[in-house]
Design a binder for this molecule. Structure first.
Ligand SMILES: CC(=O)N[C@H]1[C@@H](OP(=O)(O)OP(=O)(O)OC[C@H]2O[C@@H](n3ccc(=O)[nH]c3=O)[C@H](O)[C@@H]2O)O[C@H](CO)[C@@H](O)[C@@H]1O
Ligand SMILES: C=C(OP(=O)(O)O)C(=O)O
Length: 428
C-alpha cells in the first residue's frame, strides 16, 4: 500500500509570480455523474487529477462507464449501458458527494440502490432533502439496512420547495428528472456555480432544464441525451485558498484561469481587510504588500455568500492578523477540525458553538495533522505564513482537493516539499 508522506513547509517567505488554478473538483464530480445519462460518448475538458475524481470514476465504472484520459485534464466517458443499479457502501462511503448517482440511475435505469452516506470529519450531513424531493416527485423510496432503494413508478412530476439551499439535493433532483416524460419544479433551488455548470453540461447534451442560476428550476424530461464536449469551470475553492495564502504571507500573487465573478464574497472581504484585488478577464491579482491587514468578521453561507469551503483557510489567515476577528460557519455547525491544529502553531482561537473568536498572533511552525480537506488547506496557509518548519500529516485529505500541491507551491516561491511516497511494507 502507498503511504503518503507529510508535506513539509518552511514558512515566512513571500509568494510571487503566477499560479494556474486547477479546474473545479466540485463541478467536475457531478458532471462525471451526469455523463451516466447518455449512451453516447462525452469528452470533458478541465478534469483535475485528484483522488476524489479517481473515486467517482471507480463508482461510475461499477455502473457501466468506460473512461480514457486524453492528455492531462481531458477525460472521455462512455456508458453504452447501465450494468448495475446498486452502488455499494464500500464505494459510496469513500465520498459523500457520490450520493447523487441515485438521481442519475433513476433517470437512466428507473431504479437505484445507494448506501446512506456516512458522516464526515465536520459533522452530520443529512440527505433528508434528497429523499423528500424524490418522494415529492412520486419516486418510491425506502430505506433498508443502511441502503436507500428508489424506483420510478411513473414519470417524475410535481414540485418541491427545498427547506434550505442545498447543492447536492438540487443536483440529485435535477438528474432524476432529465430523462422521461414528466416535468418537475424545484423551488428554493441552489444557485451555486456547481449546479449551474452541471445544468450547462446537461443542456448541451439536449436536456431541457430551465432556470439555472435562479431559485426556481424547471426540468422537463426528454427521451434521450446525445454525446458532446464540455469544459468544466475553474476551481473557485482552490483559487480562494491561494488568494488567502497570498494575504497570509503578505505577498503579491497573480492567479490565472479563474472566474473572478465566482470569488466576489472573498474578494470583498480581503479588500475590506486592506488587500488590493485586481481583476482582468480570467486573471486575478492579490496584493497584500501595502501594510498592516485589518481583522474582520465572516459568516459563511450558500453561494454567492462566503463559502464554507474556505472558512478554515480564512480562519488561518485571520489568526495572523492583529486584532479580533469573528468567524461563524452558517452552513456546518462543526467545521472546526483546523482549530486545535492551528493552536499548535500559536493561533489564538476560542470556540463557542460554531463561532470562532480569533486574536491575531505571530504563528510558528509545528508538526500538525489534517483531519479533512479544507482543514488541511488551512494548515498549508498557516504553514506558509509561520516562521520555521511545519510538517503536515493527513495528506490523503489534502490530495482530495489540491493537485500536485508541493510542486505548484514551489513554483511561486514557497519552500514546500513532500518526499516521494513509500511502500508501506518497505517502512515496516
Ligand atoms: C462534493 C461537493 O460539491 N461538496 C460541496 C457541497 O456539498 P453538499 O452538496 O453535500 O452540501 P449541501 O449544499 O447539500 O449542504 C448545505 C447544507 O444543507 C444541509 N443539508 C443538505 C442536504 C440535505 O438533504 N439536508 C441538509 O440538512 C447540509 O448539512 C448543510 O448544512 O456543497 C457544500 C456547501 O457549499 C460544500 O461544503 C461541499 O464541499
Ligand atoms: C467538503 C468538501 O467536499 P465533500 O462535500 O465531498 O466532503 C470540500 O470540497 O470542501
Amino acid at each position: 500500500m502507498l503511504q503518503l508522506t507529510p508535506l513539509q513547509i518552511v514558512g515566512g517567505r513571500t509568494l510571487q509570480g503566477e499560479f494556474a488554478v486547477q479546474p473545479s473538483k466540485n463541478a467536475a464530480l457531478p458532471i462525471i455523474v451526469a455523463s451516466l445519462l447518455t449512451r453516447e460518448p462525452v469528452r470533458l475538458h478541465g478534469i483535475p487529477r485528484l483522488s476524489d475524481i479517481y473515486t467517482i470514476l471507480d463508482i461510475v465504472a461499477h455502473l457501466g462507464t468506460r473512461h480514457a484520459w486524453e492528455g492531462p485534464n481531458t477525460l472521455v466517458l462512455h456508458t453504452p449501458d447501465i450494468l448495475n443499479t446498486v452502488t455499494p457502501y464500500a464505494l459510496v462511503s469513500k465520498m459523500r458527494g457520490s450520493f447523487i448517482v441515485m438521481g442519475a440511475l433513476l433517470s437512466r435505469a428507473g431504479e437505484a440502490t445507494v448506501s446512506m452516506p456516512g458522516g464526515c470529519a465536520f459533522g452530520h450531513r443529512p440527505v433528508d432533502q434528497h429523499v423528500k424531493a424524490f418522494r415529492a416527485f412520486g419516486v418510491d423510496l425506502n430505506e433498508e439496512g443502511g441502503n436507500f432503494e428508489a424506483r420510478r413508478v411513473a414519470p417524475l412530476s410535481g414540485r418541491y420547495l427545498f427547506e434550505m439551499l442545498t447543492v447536492g439535493a438540487t443536483q440529485n433532483a435535477i438528474l432524476a428528472a432529465v430523462l422521461g416524460t414528466g416535468k418537475v419544479v424545484l423551488e428554493n433551488a441552489s444557485i451555486d456555480t456547481d449546479v449551474i455548470d452541471m445544468i450547462g453540461f446537461l443542456n448541451s447534451l439536449g436536456a431541457n432544464i430551465q432556470g439555472a442560476g435562479t431559485h426556481t428550476i424547471v426540468v422537463t424530461g426528454v427521451s434521450a441525451l446525445r454525446g458532446g464536449e464540455y469544459t468544466v469551470i475553474p476551481d473557485r475553492i482552490e483559487a480562494g485558498t491561494m488568494m488567502i495564502a497570498a494575504a497570509a504571507t503578505r505577498s503579491h500573487l497573480t492567479l490565472t484561469g479563474v472566474r473572478p465573478d465566482h470569488l466576489r464574497a472573498l474578494s470583498m472581504k480581503l479588500t475590506e481587510m486592506g488587500v488590493r484585488i485586481m481583476e482582468q478577464g480570467n486573471t486575478l491579482s492579490v496584493d497584500a504588500t501595502a501594510g498592516l491587514l485589518l481583522p474582520t468578521d465572516i459568516v459563511t453561507g450558500s453561494f454567492p455568500g462566503f463559502p464554507t469551503d474556505i472558512q478554515p483557510q480564512m480562519s488561518a489567515l485571520l489568526a495572523t492578523v492583529p486584532g479580533t476577528s469573528v468567524v461563524t460557519d452558517g452552513v456546518y455547525t462543526d467545521r472546526l477540525t483546523h482549530v486545535m491544529e492551528l493552536s499548535r502553531m500559536g493561533a489564538d482561537i476560542r470556540v463557542a458553538g460554531h463561532v470562532q473568536t480569533i486574536q491575531g498572533a505571530a504563528l510558528h511552525g509545528a508538526p500538525v495533522k489534517a483531519a479533512d480537506i479544507r482543514a488541511g488547506a488551512a494548515l498549508v496557509v498557516a504553514a506558509l505564513a509561520a516562521e520555521g518548519q511545519t510538517t503536515i500529516d493527513g495528506m490523503v485529505y489534502i490530495n482530495r482537493g489540491y493537485e500536485r500541491l508541493a510542486e505548484r507551491l514551489r513554483s511561486i516561491g514557497a519552500n514546500a516539499f513532500q518526499p516521494e511516497p513509500m511502500l508501506a511494507s518497505a517502512m515496516d
